[in-house]
Design a protein around this ligand. Structure first.
Ligand SMILES: [Zn+2]
Length: 94
């Protein structure tokens, strides 16, 4: 009987620890995400990057920009990176 209680306690602690860790990781990801410019901030910082055919990279001028989800490809919080030089440009989402 004691073994069952110990096993249950170990699983409970593991489950709660995992939940706390995931919550802390979500907060950290949201904090990191907010460090980047949103699109309007990016364009006010680099007005020359707004062109008739889209947004371009302030560093290399490439218009090939890809959104990356913070946690996964379907994440609503996305950072947009230049496909040419790899520079992180701005965020969209929240
Ligand atoms: Zn670039």
């Amino acid at each position: 009987m004691e073994a069952v209680i110990i096993i249950f306690a170990v699983f409970l602690i593991g489950y709660l620890g995992k939940a706390l860790l995931e919550k802390a990781l979500d907060k950290y990801n949201a904090y990191q995400y907010r460090q980047y410019f949103n699109l309007s901030e990016y364009l006010s910082q680099y007005p020359c990057c707004e062109t008739k055919s889209g947004i371009k990279c302030f560093k290399c001028g490439s218009k090939s920009i890809k959104p990356w989800g913070i946690k996964s490809p379907v994440d609503k919080m996305k950072i947009h990176k230049c496909n040419s030089c790899g520079e992180t440009l701005y965020r969209t989402g929240f």
